[in-house]
Ligand binder design. Structure first.
Ligand code: FE2
Length: 139
């Protein structure tokens, strides 16, 4: 026998998905905040800057491919996270600078000098930070 409906048939003022996960003990506001911070990390801290890093790996095609894989992976993560934020009733800040500053990891800015070793080290440390920030937000 199904549990009593929390959102009544025809009620469009509330979201069934939100009610269901809230009933399972999820702090939806915290989840939205975490997803926004992670969206900022995927888009602003990595995807944008990885695009720059990739350009500086021209001529080192194997390494450029590694950077491109990471760049496209983070773009895919960005594309997956954003709809979830809105489905939960949240929204992205309407200010790119404010959004950027919500990221849990520093921007992967082009190192000085932009050597292959420095770029790949930065790329690896950025990915490590992303894993650590996800891990921290899950606790
Ligand atoms: Fe990612």
């Amino acid at each position: 026998m199904p549990k009593e409906e929390v959102v009544k048939h025809g009620d469009v003022s509330r979201r069934v998905g939100v009610e269901v996960i809230r009933a399972r003990g999820v702090d939806v506001d915290k989840l939205i905040k975490t997803l926004i911070a992670n969206a900022a990390a995927e888009f602003a801290s990595t995807y944008y800057y990885y695009t720059i890093l990739r350009m500086h790996l021209a001529g080192y095609e194997d390494y450029k491919e590694i950077c491109e894989d990471a760049r496209l992976e983070d773009r895919a993560h960005w594309e997956l996270i954003v709809p979830r934020i809105y489905e939960l009733g949240g929204e992205l800040p309407n200010d790119l600078k404010a959004f950027h500053d919500l990221a849990g990891c520093p921007a992967a800015k082009l190192p000085d000098p932009p050597s292959v070793v420095n770029i790949l080290t930065l790329l690896m440390e950025s990915e490590r930070c992303a894993i650590r920030s996800w891990s921290a937000s899950a606790t």
